[in-house]
Design a protein around this ligand. Structure first.
Ligand SMILES: [Zn+2]
Ligand SMILES: [Zn+2]
Ligand SMILES: [Zn+2]
Length: 129
């Protein structure tokens, strides 16, 4: 007996790539193409992308002009005075996702997952694979 997949999955799409030199590993996709199911029993299921470990999530080969918040590693220790966008979500500061460490099955490598923030619910798109 095989379990029938429900076929309904949602994911947070990446913004389109802008810039000259694309990361050789992901070609500007920002992600590896691997996905991780974070709610395997839910309908629709929420799948998250694995951030490219080479560029860190910005999709660029040279980190010229990337925004700090494009990377999984986001250093924003003492930059509170820079936040002038009062509409930004206080949890993700407008980034719409969080970097979350995770492991895939049967794989010892740790990945950084692009976990959607609660404020990104309306941005999720349904995928059918
Ligand atoms: Zn990359
Ligand atoms: Zn970068
Ligand atoms: Zn948020």
């Amino acid at each position: 007996m095989s379990s029938a997949p429900t076929g309904r999955r949602q994911r947070l799409p990446c913004p389109p790539y802008e810039g000259p030199a694309r990361c050789p590993a992901c070609a500007g996709a920002r992600i590896t193409g691997a996905v991780y199911s974070c709610t395997p029993l839910a309908v629709p299921e929420l799948v998250v992308d694995v951030l490219c470990p080479i560029c860190g999530g910005c999709g660029r080969a040279t980190h010229d002009g990337c925004q700090p918040d494009e990377h999984g590693e986001w250093d924003h220790d003492d930059q509170d005075d820079d936040v002038d966008d009062t509409d930004a979500c206080p949890s993700c500061r407008g980034r719409r996702w969080f970097p979350v460490q995770g492991w895939t099955d049967g794989d010892a490598d740790m990945h950084t997952l692009r976990m959607p923030c609660g404020c990104a619910t309306t941005l999720l798109v349904e995928v059918t694979w």
